[in-house]
Design a protein around this ligand. Sequence first.
Ligand code: ATP
Ligand code: MG
Length: 139
Amino acid sequence: MSVERTLAIIKPDAVAAGAAGKILTRVEQAGFKILALKMIRMSFDDAAGFYAVHSARPFFKSLCTFMTQGPCIPMVLEGGNAIARWRDLMGATDPAKAAAGTIRKDFAASIEANAVHGSDATTTAAFEIAYFFSARELQ
Ligand code: ATP
Ligand code: MG
């Protein structure tokens, strides 16, 4: 089991709903090390750059607007198989399809406002971590 880093975000819907603390408790209970964490309000361009891989999708503009609607909490999680383990803990993109006990099942309202983000591979994790955090913030 290799030690990995992944970029997680508590999205604006979950922050607005007052679920950030409960989600952080799940992060800690799952044994992840929180290497870095901050609260930010993204601009449309911040969100568009972050989700550039989805720029051709029909939901892209709506997704970027959603991500700017209030503050969100990006964080870097470290642990064995962190990328897959965090995605397992999040559950399916669509909360209606998410397994019982997952964060999206318990806190997400829709396929767009789905409470949390997680990197999907080592290359995307490296890009996404550097998008929000400098090397100095990761010590
Ligand atoms: P994330 O990248 O945020 O961790 P994911 O990897 O489960 O989520 P992606 O396919 O990468 O899902 O989609 C990125 C985000 O775009 C989703 O988390 C969701 O907020 C939004 N999204 C995905 N599909 C749809 C859709 N069909 N309609 C509206 N929004 C969507
Ligand atoms: Mg994704």
